[in-house]
Design a protein around this ligand. Structure first.
Ligand SMILES: [Zn+2]
Length: 49
């Protein structure tokens, strides 16, 4: 079967949540800081076996 099949619903984008205000956003890379409060943002969608 084809190995290179990009499914938009199986995105590799991460889901990031601000630990301070709870703001969430998806991004391919770590946003670094919360756009709302400049707080710490962490990846909450780490998909590992
Ligand atoms: Zn925030």
């Amino acid at each position: 079967m084809p190995a290179i099949q990009i499914d938009p619903y199986e995105t590799t984008d991460g889901l990031f949540e601000c630990v301070d205000c709870g703001h969430r956003e998806t991004a391919a890379t770590h946003p670094g800081a919360c756009p709302e409060c400049d707080g710490e943002v962490r990846n909450i969608a780490i998909s590992r076996e």
